[in-house]
Design a protein around this ligand. Structure first.
Ligand code: PRX
Length: 714
């Protein structure tokens, strides 16, 4: 495919001119961001010829004058038991209601309705990590049977009712989506906790959601090793009990049916092997419960600016409509495609774009158990070749890793992607080009999709057949999404100004979360307070959604996302709250203060570094360092392991005693700390720099925007 220097729809020339802001002092958010303008790449004629989103009139159809009715287009992709009477109800901002009066079942939409045309088609293809274990194919017919049996077990054995919550802490095995769909069939709200989180992290989430049933797996393969997972259930139960939540039952799936592989003993009358219990439910059929469009479908906990993760509550109708519509148009899924999203179902990407969106479209979805580079960096391409995958979806971290470990590997395999996605972090143009030329063999169209756990589905992305691609930029807004960039004072940062600001979405959309589970006030404060001028207004225009990401917008209308502007660190595309790590450190008796900052990492994007000061009289030691590492692993999980731990004599502080995390982030990344004269203890900065970087501090660098702005809000 030839790359061309074409221009996207708005044929304006990029102006590098910085807006005239008069006498007003520029805030951090407006600091000019310089990067080389990238050339555009065109989708191939072959892709365009078969694409779902090919009608340019769709852009007009989803324009503001057709909002909110434009979203009928997405909802009509679903089967409704009862049609809705009101597309968007704004009577209680910002608690929007979508497709009010409508009734549907998410499981029915993802499974039952496909039986007529696709019952013998593969729904899921499970690829175990050990390469000698062969793939398992589950057809829609078999999925239907299995989901029904599990639903019967959840209802009749675990006594779960519509509206109950259940916490699922499972690895990437087919029983995970089967369990989720069984919950959806009953209207039971699932809360899936990423398998790599610790038992304690799972227990905290189970307690917050009020789950009395936990669903586990005994273990799984990862990076060539068997991971014993069931032990984490015991910790989760204890943690939940400590938090006041009793767990009645732990249902344990066995990775190899009939063979238990864990050191952790089964506890009588609490722990049950699912494969044994299921024998009593063989052939049972459970009528899907017809749910209100607004009934919650699931919770997904994510990190924010406080120590406690928040349960993002997603609704049934709006969410399912949004992920189905975006899977159809941006993932370009047809029932004949073999689609592989390498994300983990334990994150929102897996929920929206492995399970609900693709399955609502009767896709064949590949589920891979392990790490991409096991046993070598050719593995993903062997899987793609063998299963004839033609749509591929992954994160910049995985792309960087595969490029580093085996940049020429894709060339050895005879697979052909028509479409590829990148998601979760900003992607460097060089990495994008490798993805395009080597992984995509210059044939595949790429969508760089920007969105969040909270948003349910894509917010910015190119329309694959209609828009040219631009490496490093997510692209224009998705259909029906109207973004804006504001500075800290609410002044619009205009397209082509060259300045960065806070990206917000001016309007509601069906995929947006309903609320934070059990904490509606936090929902309002976190996402809407910042730019809301009229707290009593019932007009959606007064309630823009604050995404907490920095962004720039050149004149071509392609948003480039710069990263988080709050206390969240995006590690390998996974969200970690710095406050969560700090709270973990503060449980250690020797530690007086803790601060966590992001550090640029070549492969993972960002990784956390920990600064601690010890209580008087306690000398720094390897023992304390080890304690910090193991506490973080126990309380959060291995994914939160800090790159380095620095034990410092004191923290840089303002006169009011606030730790200046921004100064620490500058030191860790070898950047200029800026003005430190207003600190209560400016001398400490040089001491810490020497401790961290040694005496020979090199020339200071210019850093990425999210690092420069880190800690600004606290
Ligand atoms: O900073 C943005 C980054 O990931 C954050 C959301 O993380 P999470 O809720 O875990 O969801 C990840 C999967 C959607 C955002 O606030 N992010 C996500 N996608 C992109 C991105 N940054 C740049 N480009 C993207 N395509």
């Amino acid at each position: 495919m030839a790359k061309a220097r074409a221009k996207p729809q708005e044929k304006q020339k990029q102006t590098k001119k910085v807006e005239n802001h008069g006498e007003r002092k520029l805030t951090e958010a407006q600091i000019a961001v310089h990067w080389k303008e990238e050339e555009y790449f065109q989708p191939s004629a072959k892709f365009i010829g078969q694409a779902n989103l090919i009608d340019p009139a769709m852009v007009e159809k989803f324009s503001e004058k057709h909002f909110p009715e434009c979203f009928r287009e997405y909802a009509e992709l679903l089967h409704w038991d009862q049609y809705w009477h009101t597309t968007l109800d704004t009577s209680e901002p910002p608690f929007w209601k979508w497709f009010v009066g409508g009734k549907l079942n998410a499981c029915y939409n993802c499974v039952d309705r496909h039986l007529e045309k696709h019952k013998n088609k593969a729904a899921l293809i499970f690829v175990p990590e050990p390469e000698l274990e062969s793939a398992t194919v589950i057809t829609y017919q078999e999925l239907y049977r299995r989901v029904n049996e599990v639903a019967a077990m959840l209802r009749d054995f675990a006594k779960l009712k519509t509206g109950d919550r259940v916490t699922i802490h499972m690895p990437m095995i087919p029983e995970l989506p089967i369990t989720m769909l069984a919950c959806a069939r009953l209207g039971v709200v699932h809360s899936v906790v990423f398998g790599g989180f610790s038992g304690e992290a799972c227990g905290m989430r189970a307690a917050d959601s009020g789950s009395r049933v936990l669903i586990y797996a005994d273990g799984y393969f990862r990076n060539g090793k068997w991971v014993d997972h069931k032990g984490s259930a015991d910790i989760a139960v204890q943690t939940a009990e400590k938090e006041g939540q009793h767990i009645d039952k732990v249902l344990v799936w066995r990775r190899h049916s009939g063979k238990y592989n864990s050191e952790s003993p089964m506890i009588m009358k609490r722990d049950y092997f699912v494969d044994e219990i299921l024998k009593d439910y063989r052939g049972h059929i459970v009528e899907p419960v017809s749910m209100d469009a607004e009934a919650p479908l699931f919770l997904m906990y994510t990190s924010g600016t406080t120590g406690k993760p928040k349960g993002c509550q997603h609704r049934t109708g709006g969410y399912l409509a949004y992920v189905t519509g975006t899977s159809q148009y941006y993932q370009d899924i047809h029932p004949s495609d073999v689609y592989w999203c390498m994300a983990d179902i334990g994150w929102i990407t897996g929920h929206s774009y492995i399970v609900y969106g693709p399955m609502a479209l009767a896709a064949t979805s590949v589920l891979y158990e392990g790490v991409p580079q096991f046993p070598d960096a050719g593995r993903p391409w062997r899987i793609a070749e063998r299963l004839d995958v033609n749509i591929f979806h992954t994160s910049p971290t995985a792309i960087r890793m595969l490029r580093k470990a085996g940049g020429d590997e894709p060339k050895k395999y005879n697979y052909h992607f028509k479409h590829m996605t990148t998601v979760g972090e900003p992607i460097e143009p060089e990495v994008w080009k490798w993805y395009h030329q080597v992984v995509g063999k210059g044939e595949a169209v790429i969508v760089d999709t920007w969105w969040q756990t909270e948003t349910g589905g894509f917010l910015c992305t190119t329309k694959p057949a209609l828009d040219p691609m631009k490496p490093g930029s997510a692209g224009p807004a998705a259909l029906g999404i109207y973004p804006v960039i504001w500075d800290e004072n609410g002044n619009e940062v205009t397209a082509g100004s060259g300045n960065a600001g806070n990206i917000c979405i001016r309007n509601p959309w069906p995929g947006i979360m309903q609320t934070i589970w059990g904490d509606p006030q936090r929902f309002v404060n976190q996402y809407y307070k910042k730019y809301n001028k009229h707290p009593h207004s019932k007009d959606w225009r007064d309630w823009p959604y604050y995404a907490a990401d920095g962004a720039v917008l050149p004149a071509d209308g392609y948003y480039r996302i710069l990263g988080r502007v709050d206390d969240v660190i995006n590690v390998a595309g996974h969200r970690l709250g710095t406050k969560e790590l700090e709270s973990a450190c503060l449980t250690i008796s020797e530690i007086a203060e803790a601060a966590v900052v992001p550090v640029v990492d070549e492969v993972k994007g960002r990784v956390p570094e920990v600064y601690v000061s010890l209580k008087p009289g306690i000398p720094p030691s390897k023992a304390v360092q080890d304690k910090i590492m193991s506490t973080i692993e126990t309380m959060i999980g291995k994914i939160a392991r800090p790159k380095k731990i620095h034990m410092v004599p004191d923290m840089p502080k303002t006169r009011s005693g606030k730790i200046m995390r921004r100064v620490l982030a500058a030191i860790s990344n070898n950047l200029d700390t800026g003005d430190i004269t207003t600190l209560a203890n400016p001398d400490i900065v040089a001491q810490i720099r020497e401790l961290v970087q040694g005496r020979g501090v090199g020339p200071l660098k210019d850093g990425p925007e999210d690092i420069k702005r880190f800690g600004e809000e606290t």
